[in-house]
Design a protein around this ligand. Structure first.
Ligand code: BG6
Length: 491
């Protein structure tokens, strides 16, 4: 199967924080892969900016290292590596001082016909100062700016940050990345829902019993403990990635894939979320923190040891029973959970359908299990539709539950592109469909803030769970109280 190449216009991409972790692990490899696939126009250029004093060649050496650390050697054998590195140049500049900025302006303005894109791969407190300087040096005029979570730590700080950026860049040139929206399977969710006549008539509370969204990680917080301890699982994963997944499952069909048509529908879902506060927090949320345990066959430290502290009330696990209060979803719980150091790395959405209304079979044919649609984001992206069929063979009817199983890797035999590959080029294409609009981010905080507040006032420490398990037992009780059970590994 060949991939269809949609060309993009020539661009000048300036990456702030160019020697940081995001640039090294994600942005440089993603840009190289797009270049390898012939999607980067010949004269597109990439300017790295950070405070470190580096020459163009030193920055290219840094990028070469990033490629060899993150891309298989077999993909780095051709002339494309040198072609890619030749696109790179470097300017040392500080968000809080004017040095370097005139030179940056000169380099960007050397290509007046290019689309200027500014990717702020920096700490969020620098977003405002960088935007101001982009304004001061005339670079914001027709530029697009890309920012990434954390967009604030609560509603108030998110509004302040959005305002700082918004003073310089109008909303239609602000691209707020949630990399989950760039994942192949997440987009497949839209394809499944809206390119098939099969599901949409059933996609409501008459036919769907409940939805589960699990984003489980096997890794701990490791060297990110400093940042993580100020955030926790609710801010790090639920406020953004998980709520975005929930929106894509729950939204009404948009009139088109136009950015605002999609984002208007997602916003309605966020606004319809049933509030969780002091009153219902204990019944519908569970927070946990991992203790030492085992992962991938080896012993692993607990969160506090990784943090190097004897106490912390930050949650590394959260489970929430959410509800979308509208006609389509009234009475359908959305069970959400995410955590670090869980039993395995698996992200999936399970849509559980209602049982058949009446069984025509004798009791001895076995139980009739409900249909389930499982959309697996990672690993092994794919879709499974669980159905009841007759167990093959003679001797009367026995029923069995089996999946129609489509693994994308087996079906398509193509490399699954990283989310950043698509998202960066969508910025150049001017397509905001997969980016969060300001009101969406703020609506998500409006739902999350009272939960954080209720946890603070309850003053209960997170429940301990052993690393390598599925989280605290209270999370299992949360769903089992409703007569349901968490489903793992596509089951
Ligand atoms: C990031 C979070 O946004 O997403 C991390 O800050 C998390 O804590 C990561 O590990 C998960 O992303 P992915 O693509 O590996 O599922």
């Amino acid at each position: 199967m060949t991939s269809r190449v949609i060309p993009v216009a020539p661009f000048t991409l300036t990456v702030f924080g160019a020697t940081g972790d995001l640039a090294r692990r994600k942005l440089i490899p993603a840009l190289f892969h797009r270049d390898l696939d012939g999607q980067i126009p010949d004269d597109a250029t990439i300017i790295g900016v950070s405070r470190r004093a580096l020459s163009d060649d030193q920055f290219r050496a840094f990028a070469r290292q990033a490629l060899s650390d993150h891309i298989p050697a077999s993909e780095l054998e051709g002339p494309e590596v040198e072609r890619f590195l030749a696109r790179l140049s470097y300017v040392a500049a500080d968000a809080d001082a004017d040095g370097g900025w005139p030179e940056l302006a000169q380099r960007v303005e050397a290509f007046p016909e290019h689309i200027p894109v500014y990717y702020l791969a920096t700490a969020p407190h620098l977003f405002g100062p960088i935007c101001e300087r982009l304004g001061k040096y005339g670079l914001s005029r027709n530029g697009r700016v890309v920012i990434e979570k954390p967009i604030g730590k609560d509603l108030k700080s998110a509004v302040a940050l959005n305002e700082q950026v918004g003073r310089i860049f109008p909303e239609d040139r602000v691209y707020r990345i949630d990399h989950y929206l760039g994942k192949e399977t997440v987009q497949n969710l839209m394809a499944l829902r809206f390119a098939n006549a099969l599901f949409e008539p059933l996609w409501n509370n008459a036919h769907i019993d409940h939805v589960q969204i699990t984003v489980a990680e096997a890794l701990g917080v490791e060297e990110r403990a400093g940042y993580y301890d100020t955030a926790g699982a609710m801010r790090d994963m639920v406020q953004n990635h998980i709520l975005q997944l929930l929106c894509l499952v729950a939204m009404e069909p948009p009139a088109s894939l136009d950015a605002d048509a999609v984002r208007d529908e997602k916003l309605k879902v966020l606004r319809a979320l049933k509030p969780i506060d002091d009153q219902n927090m204990a019944a519908v949320t569970v927070r946990g923190q991992y203790r030492a345990g085992a992962s991938a066959g080896g012993a692993v430290a607990g969160y506090l040891d990784e943090l190097g502290s004897s106490t912390s009330s930050t949650e590394t696990f959260v489970a929430v029973k959410a509800e979308v209060e509208n006609w389509r979803w009234a009475g359908v719980p959305f069970y959400l959970r995410t955590g670090k150091r869980l039993a395995s790395r698996v992200s999936e959405i399970v849509v559980g359908f209602k049982p058949v209304p009446h069984s025509v079979f004798d009791a001895n044919v076995g139980p009739i299990e409900s249909n389930r649609l499982v959309i697996r984001l990672q690993p092994d992206e794919g879709v499974k539709l669980w159905l009841m069929i007759k167990d093959p063979g003679p001797g009367g009817i026995r029923l069995t539950h089996v999946p129609l199983d489509m693994s994308f890797a087996k079906a398509f035999k193509v490399r699954n592109p990283d989310a950043y590959e698509r998202l960066i080029l969508d910025v150049v294409r001017g397509n905001q469909t997969l980016f969060m609009r300001r009101d969406e981010v703020e609506a998500a905080w409006k739902w999350v803030d009272p939960i954080l507040q209720a946890w603070r006032s309850a003053k209960e420490p997170p429940r301990p769970y052993t690393a390598g398990t599925w989280g605290p037992s209270a999370a299992i009780a949360l769903i089992e109280r409703d007569g349901r059970t968490w489903l793992e590994d596509g089951a």
